[in-house]
Design a protein around this ligand. Structure first.
Ligand SMILES: CCCCCCCC(=O)SCCNC(=O)CCNC(=O)[C@H](O)C(C)(C)COP(=O)(O)OP(=O)(O)OC[C@H]1O[C@@H](n2cnc3c(N)ncnc32)[C@H](O)[C@@H]1OP(=O)(O)O
Ligand SMILES: Cc1cc2nc3c(=O)[nH]c(=O)nc-3n(C[C@H](O)[C@H](O)[C@H](O)COP(=O)(O)OP(=O)(O)OC[C@H]3O[C@@H](n4cnc5c(N)ncnc54)[C@H](O)[C@@H]3O)c2cc1C
Length: 662
């Protein structure tokens, strides 16, 4: 654990002395209210008082096997600690705290998330009664096994088969080819004894597409793999190496009929198929996980920002004015430009994640009473936000690393680990380009529906062919967001025009789609960012009535920075569609620079208000006291290479080389 230093360094003391807002109030807003802050802190206190949850040795110095065992030890300890103290694992996930103690990937995370969510969301009442208590009490441990060696994105292309045998009332699971091998599922390699498996359903020789099955993989006493199943771990990865991502093959493995998840579609004993109300309901766990990833991405980005901004206030380098003392690097405008727009992004993503969660809850309630109409909107929003959130968190985290210079490259800064953990989010749960193309499909469909006079759902209503003209002055927040909306409308209209032109000149619709897909991805990205801007502006204006003026001012500035930055990033489009002119852009650029300087003054206090304790930041550079150099030095002493003055390598290799007659 970190070195205890009672006071923070002078630099940080000075920064904190300039705070013009109530930090606790901002913390409460980020948590979702004072009660949630209080609950988070209770969880944190309990975790901090559990020494078994902390590492004596950094995972960097452990073997692959020891890393896995170590994280498994902590993961199981975490579950029992939470349970004993009356909390759920979900409590630890939603606050981020639990995850951050598991530095190298949590071997129980797939059980807690996608396995449990599938049981809850895809089971009929009997299945729910049978499986949920077992899974909640860890009597069975599972994962979500969908991706195969040959297919991850294209779920309809999966090759694992589940063929119904009506004579025995069983499904026969089989992996007919090497590419049908399940590959990647977290915790599949060594931890799980069960998996929910996505496989092609075959009834009477006919394929009914991907369906989900509960499959036991290992004996519940010996943990040995069951006959007809081959399972193992896939080997080292860029990060999260203790998640035992695994492979799985079936050799005509039989499971009972009742192990097909039957909430939405059913197979009768005599092998008849009952269709679901909507063909994509079996993708529900993926949608739910995407909603959660938006929060996850914002939390990881916030850790990187706390580290980089505190460090930037402590680090002094170069001369701004010849002969003057070396300034804090945070005083350089370029450093502010690297970090502060990402700080604004964190807030934007946090508010959007909340808005998305509300859409998810509303849609789920609708599904419960058979209403499917909000599903396409939820799919588009969750896909777009998952993609933007992970793209931005990865980019932002890497910028934070770069902004810390050489020390950002140290493992002990924790920035490399935050980066590799969140980098996986671009690929998993729907690769981002692919998700953007799903959003684009929705945009084009909506645009065409609007041309035919149909009313559009709320998130795309601004795309209607004849939108009401904006009354807000251009340079107001609302005016600039309206300009961004006009830009997206122009982009989508342009995409539609190009698609149509290609079709008219003889291309098939699918070929035309591929030929426009770069532009279509840009439309999806721009649409999602417009949505994020809207959510940010709405959230800040709603909060305006309830929060103190200091907090409101900081939020307003962050929101403004987010919008200005977005306008500058989209300048080409906005100029082309006439939403802004060159003069407006010049003043927006000037305002952004001015705002950077204003926000810089409070930057340390803003990241303090995110309120992540040192034990969860796990960074030599980002600790609350700013005692950076001492920490870096002390961490280096822990390197096993420093245990002896002369290493074995010297006698084995170096000395012989020096003695050789070369
Ligand atoms: C803690 C968390 C840890 C997480 C660890 C990571 C775990 C994982 O990675 S698990 C594996 C995740 N895998 C994925 O996400 C795979 C991504 N791929 C997919 O989701 C699908 O293949 C997808 C959506 C790309 C295409 O689906 P496909 O069935 O081919 O549909 P497609 O033909 O493109 O579209 C047909 C219609 O269905 C709609 N549709 C597709 N998916 C959905 C959905 N989920 N909900 C509603 N509608 C949907 C489309 O919008 C389209 O509608 P329309 O015809 O009106 O335009
Ligand atoms: C750390 C990690 C954990 C994971 N955990 C799990 C898990 O628990 N369970 C599970 O089932 N899976 C898991 N996965 C697998 C993950 O869901 C897939 O890797 C992901 O869905 C992407 O699929 P793919 O690997 O087939 O990529 P591909 O689809 O092969 O992507 C390769 C490239 O092709 C492009 N591409 C593919 N299709 C299209 C298209 N239609 N249009 C344009 N471009 C396209 C992509 O944009 C990308 O650039 C995990 C993956 C990782 C990295």
């Amino acid at each position: 654990m970190s070195v205890v230093v009672p006071e923070c360094c002078d630099d940080l003391k000075r920064e904190r002395g300039r705070c013009l807002f109530n930090k606790e109030e901002l913390t409460n807003i980020l948590d979702g209210g004072p009660k949630l802050t209080e609950k988070r802190r209770r969880i944190e206190k309990m975790l901090i008082n559990t020494p078994e949850l902390f590492d004596d040795v950094s995972p960097d110095y452990l073997s692959h096997e020891d890393r896995y065992s170590n994280e498994l030890r902590k993961a199981t300890q975490l579950m029992t600690t939470l349970e004993k103290n009356g909390f759920t694992y979900n409590d630890a996930v939603t606050t981020g705290t639990g995850l951050w103690l598991l530095m190298d990937g949590n071997p129980l995370s797939l059980h807690i998330s996608m396995f449990l969510d599938t049981i809850k969301g895809q089971s009929n009442p009997q299945q729910l009664q049978e499986w949920l208590p077992l899974a909640e009490k860890f009597k069975i441990i599972g994962t979500y096994a969908q991706t195969e060696l040959g297919h991850g994105t294209f779920v309809r292309g999966l090759e694992t088969t589940a063929t119904y045998d009506s004579t025995t009332k069983e499904f026969v699971l089989h992996s007919p080819t090497i590419t049908a091998t399940k590959w990647w599922p977290g915790a599949l390699g060594k931890t799980s004894n069960h998996a929910v498996v996505m496989a092609q359903l075959y009834l009477g020789g006919k394929c009914y597409g991907p369906h989900i099955f509960m499959v036991q993989l290992r004996d519940l006493e010996t943990h040995r793999t069951l006959p007809g199943i081959v399972v193992g771990e896939i080997g080292p990865r860029l990060g999260m190496n203790s998640n035992d991502n695994g492979f799985l093959q079936f050799n005509h493995h039989r499971i009972p009929l009742t192990n097909m998840f039957m909430k939405h579609s059913q197979v009768t004993e005599d092998g008849k198929y009952v269709k679901p109300l909507h063909s994509k309901l079996s993708y529900g766990t993926m949608v739910q996980t995407r909603v959660g990833i938006v929060y996850h991405a914002s939390r990881e980005l916030s850790r990187a920002l706390i580290i980089a901004i505190r460090y930037s206030a402590v680090r002094h380098q170069s001369e701004m004015v010849p002969g003057d003392p070396e300034p804090q690097i945070l005083d350089y405008q370029t450093q502010q430009y690297k970090l502060l727009p990402h700080l604004a992004s964190f807030f934007a993503l946090r508010f959007s994640a909340r808005a998305l969660l509300e859409v998810f809850i509303g849609t789920s309630a609708g599904l419960g009473s058979g209403k499917m109409n909000m599903l396409p909107e939820l799919h588009a929003l969750s896909s777009g936000l998952k993609a933007v959130a992970t793209n931005d968190a990865v980019k932002g985290t890497d910028i934070c690393r770069l902004a810390c210079g050489g020390h950002g490259y140290l493992s002990s800064s924790n920035l490399p680990r935050i980066y590799t953990a969140i980098a996986a989010g671009i690929t998993y749960e729907g690769e981002n380009t692919v998700l953007f193309l799903q959003v684009a499909r929705y945009l084009i469909k909506s645009f065409r529906a609007s041309s035919q006079g149909q009313t559009l759902p709320f998130s795309v209503s601004y795309l209607r062919v004849q939108p009401p003209s904006s009354h807000a002055p251009l340079m107001s927040d609302r005016g600039l967001v309206d300009a961004l909306g006009a830009g997206v409308r122009w982009m989508v209209g342009e995409a539609e025009r190009r698609l149509q032109q290609l079709v008219d000149s003889g291309h098939s619709p699918h070929a035309a789609w591929n030929a426009c897909s770069v532009h279509l991805v840009q439309c999806a990205d721009a649409h999602t960012r417009y949505y994020i801007c809207e959510q940010f502006v709405d959230a800040v204006s709603k909060l305006g009535e309830t929060v103190s003026s200091g907090v409101h001012e900081v939020l307003r500035q962050l929101c403004r920075l987010y919008i200005l930055h977005r306008v500058i990033q989209t300048a080409g489009i906005l100029l082309r569609c006439g939403a802004v002119d060159g003069k407006a852009l010049t003043s927006i650029e000037e305002e952004e620079c001015h705002l950077l300087a204003t926000l810089r003054i409070q930057a340390v206090s803003i990241v303090d208000a995110i309120d992540i304790k040192d034990v969860f930041l796990k960074s030599t550079l980002g600790a609350w006291d700013g005692n950076v150099y001492q920490r870096i030095y002390e961490e280096a002493q822990k390197s096993p290479l420093n245990k002896s003055d002369v290493t074995q390598g010297y006698y084995q290799y170096l000395r012989p080389l020096m003695k050789a007659n070369l």
